[in-house]
Write a protein of this length. Sequence first.
Length: 177
Amino acid sequence: MGSLNSPEIGKLKCIFMMGVAGCGKTTIGIRLASLIHGDFIDADWYHSKKAKEKMSKGIPLNDEDRQIWLEELAEIAAAASKRTVIACSALKITYRRILTKKLKTDEYIFIHLNVPKSELERRLTARIDHFFNPELLQSQLQTLEAPLECERCCVIDANSSKDEVLSRVLNFVEKLL
């Protein structure tokens, strides 16, 4: 099995940083990927133009809007040739199953960054140059299905500094590498 200093995949191939908008998936994911000498992918890069337009207008995406996007991300995850951190909301259990359907159980883990609504609102209103309309937060919170115990997921309290959150995530991930 690989270590933090080894680019070998070992068993753990994909680390999905999940949660609603504003929880820190991208920020923590980029830093984690660097520390584990892996690749970083932001699922937002793969949203269709139509999906981005919907979200920028404050219109929530539905399952149909997300299907092709999730399928593409599942292909990317399965094709990863080195450890890969993927920042993706993965709000529903069915979405998480789509994302991992081509991976073996020991090849992936979800890390759910959990942040209180008031802090999420603060973070989203401070964002600039992002297509996500902060008015969609409530829709995401309603859509979010908490990870089941049988899912490979660790819930991390992400309501603190970036360094503290990264440290919590890294402590968990190191045990799996």
